[in-house]
Design a protein around this ligand. Structure first.
Ligand SMILES: Cc1ncc(COP(=O)(O)O)c(C=O)c1O
Length: 392
């Protein structure tokens, strides 16, 4: 057969780097700080709620397409509790959609909202499913690169570059704040500028806010709360990230009734529904007291500090993240230039696995000297990793 089996839209994507690096971790016994999954499960009462739902026969058959009412109500109540003071609230019946993780929410949003040839602006480096989903939807990706600002130790969005990226074919901006992999949290000024641009050029925005509860300084500002944005913004959340149950794959979309209906049209033919019993458990999780969310954030902040200090001591330049559970580092102070080669050698050299940020770039050379470490791991594991990295 002459024709390649994998179609042109997906041919460029191959297997993800995470599979390669996790296999390397297994083979070498290295500490895996590559993939972003917690090494301990979330709250016991939430796990128990899932067991109860399974035993009671709730969700073992197809749940309703938009998600069970209990979970949609809980999502709406969560938005009201955390963002009501910013004027943001959603109707659980028409403005909330439960998805198979944030991943399906991203895919369904893009499949629903793009026509072939539409341009999508995405902040580079970006979470790896964005590029593939834009491609599957027949869209065309226009990266706007986040760059480290000299002397500040953080990444920032170049607003002129963002404005310059908009053309007559731009349909939507795919935003992510707090941002994986850089750990940047877009500032109020940056979000205001994004909102003004979206309104001025009549663009839709899909905003991936799965790390909304992991903002270590300041507060999370949902883009949908900015003037003119509610009716043009699809906001995405994830129980995997917020409650440390990444295997359950429960996510959600909040948006206007029209946008929610559009995303639902695509979602119904992807998975139709998923995670029945887990939806009941996540409904309970979303109602946990404020103390859960504060303790979760404080715990991850302390872990950030352990790993950031360890990486600094080992000689990396560290971009101390304001949010997420990832740290991006620059390996050039260690005399290294190539993140791929560095990450492939790191398990042997120091018994740790990390991810080369270049995989998150279209402009691979821009990402070449950067490497990402995840710190959603136990304190003991992070301390052990920090100790090992000193071998470098
Ligand atoms: C920015 C971002 N969006 C979405 C996801 C996927 O979320 P989920 O596991 O809920 O599909 C991740 C997971 O790493 C992520 O980092």
């Amino acid at each position: 057969m002459d024709r390649p089996l994998l179609n042109r839209r997906l041919a460029a994507f191959g297997t993800t780097i995470f599979a390669e690096m996790s296999a390397l971790a297994q083979r070498t016994g290295a500490i895996n700080l590559g993939q972003g999954f917690p090494d301990a499960d979330g709250p016991e009462e939430v796990r128990e709620a899932a067991v109860r739902a399974l035993r009671d026969g709730r969700g073992n058959q197809y749940p309703p397409g938009p998600g069970i009412p209990e979970l949609r109500t809980a999502v709406a109540a969560h938005q009201q509790r955390f963002y009501g003071h910013l004027g943001l609230s959603y109707d659980p019946d028409t403005e909330v959609l439960v998805t198979a993780g944030a991943t399906e929410a991203i895919a369904a949003s893009l499949l629903a909202l793009l026509e072939p040839g539409d341009e999508v602006i995405a902040l580079e480096p970006y979470y790896d499913s964005y590029a593939a989903c834009i491609a599957m939807a027949g869209g065309s990706r226009v990266p706007v690169t986040l760059r480290p600002s000299p002397g500040t130790g953080t990444y920032h969005l170049d607003l002129d570059e963002l404005r310059g990226a908009v053309t007559d074919r731009t349909r939507l901006i795919l935003l992510n704040t707090p941002h994986n992999p850089t750990g940047t949290v877009l500032t109020r000024d940056e979000l205001t500028a994004v909102a003004e641009l979206a309104v001025e050029r009549d663009l839709l925005v899909v905003t991936d806010e799965v790390y909304e509860h992991l903002v270590f300084e300041g507060e999370h500002l949902p883009l949908a709360s900015f003037p003119g944005m509610r009716e043009r913004t699809v906001t995405i959340g994830s129980a995997g990230k917020t409650f440390s149950f990444t295997g359950w794959k429960v996510g959600w979309v909040t948006a206007s009734p029209e946008l929610t209906a559009a995303v639902r049209s695509a979602k119904q033919f992807l998975t139709y529904v998923s995670a029945g019993p887990f939806q009941y458990a996540v409904a309970e999780a979303l109602a946990l007291p404020d103390g859960y969310f504060t303790a979760f954030r404080d715990d991850l902040r302390a872990k950030r500090d352990i790993l950031a200090n360890g990486l600094t001591d080992a000689g990396f330049q560290v971009f101390r993240p304001a949010g997420t559970y990832f740290i991006t580092t620059d390996i050039r102070p260690l005399g290294e230039q190539d993140g791929f080669a560095f990450c492939r050698a790191l398990p042997e050299r120091a018994g740790v696995v990390a991810i080369p940020n270049a995989v998150f770039y279209d402009h691979r050379n821009q990402g070449a000297p950067f490497v990402r470490f995840a710190f959603c791991k136990s304190t003991a594991t992070l301390e052990e990793a920090a100790g090992r990295l000193k071998r470098l």
